[in-house]
Design a protein around this ligand. Structure first.
Ligand SMILES: Cc1cc2nc3c(=O)[nH]c(=O)nc-3n(C[C@H](O)[C@H](O)[C@H](O)COP(=O)(O)O)c2cc1C
Length: 164
C-alpha cells in the first residue's frame, strides 16, 4: 500500500511525529510549507495564527511535486490552532481533490483537541478515516513514551489494514 505522510508543523512537534510515521511505514513525506509563514514574537504569533483561523485564510503553499493520487494511504498531521487544523492544511484541502483514500490523522496540541475530528471528517468527506491520534506538545514530553505510544498506534493501524 503506497503511503504518504502529509503535515504542516509550525514549531516542530507535528514534524517529529510525521517523520517518525514516515520512517516506520517507509512512506514518502510531504511537509507543507508556506510561502510566507507567521513571523513574529511569541505572544504575537499565536494571535496572528488565530486570526488566520478565524478568517478561514488559505495562505499560499510553497510548490511541491507530489501527486496525492499516487497514494492509497495518507497520514495527515496538523497542530491544533483554535480548535481546528492550521491554515496551511486548509490551503492544502482547497488545492487538492482527496477522494477514496484511507486516511489516518495525527494532531499536536497544548491543552485540548477541540472539534478537530469533526472538522477533519467534514473536510475529508468521501474518504475512509481509519484512525486518529493526538499528542500534547510531544517535544516537551518524555521522548521514549511519546515514541512508544506512536509505535503502538502504528502497529494497530498495520494490523487493521492487513485484516481487511
Ligand atoms: C496560532 C496557534 C493557535 C493554537 N491553538 C491551540 C488550541 O486551540 N488548542 C490547543 O490545545 N493548542 C493550541 N495551540 C498550541 C499548538 O497546537 C501546540 O503547541 C502544538 O504542539 C504545536 O505543534 P507544532 O510544533 O507542530 O507547530 C496553538 C498554537 C498556535 C501557534
Amino acid at each position: 500500500m503506497k503511503t504518504l505522510v502529509i503535515y504542516y508543523s509550525f514549531e516542530g512537534d507535528t514534524k517529529i511525529i510525521g517523520d517518525t510515521i514516515a520512517d516506520d511505514f517507509d512512506a514518502d513525506v510531504l511537509e507543507l510549507k508556506l510561502e510566507k509563514d507567521v513571523e513574529s514574537k511569541d505572544y504575537m504569533k499565536k494571535y496572528l495564527g488565530e486570526k488566520q483561523v478565524l478568517m478561514k485564510t488559505k495562505p499560499l503553499l510553497k510548490p511541491y511535486d507530489i501527486k496525492i493520487n499516487d497514494y492509497d494511504l495518507l497520514f495527515i498531521g496538523t497542530p491544533i490552532w483554535s480548535g481546528t487544523y492550521a491554515p496551511a492544511i486548509r490551503s492544502f484541502f482547497s488545492n487538492e481533490k482527496i477522494e477514496g483514500k484511507k486516511i489516518a490523522l495525527f494532531y499536536c496540541f497544548t491543552v485540548k483537541r477541540g472539534r478537530i475530528s469533526k472538522h477533519m471528517t467534514k473536510a475529508l468527506k468521501g474518504n475512509e478515516i481509519v484512525d486518529e491520534i493526538g499528542f500534547k506538545d510531544p517535544l516537551q514530553q518524555d521522548k521514549g513514551s511519546v515514541m512508544e505510544r506512536l509505535k503502538r498506534w502504528l502497529s494497530e493501524i498495520k494490523a487493521n489494514l492487513t485484516k481487511k
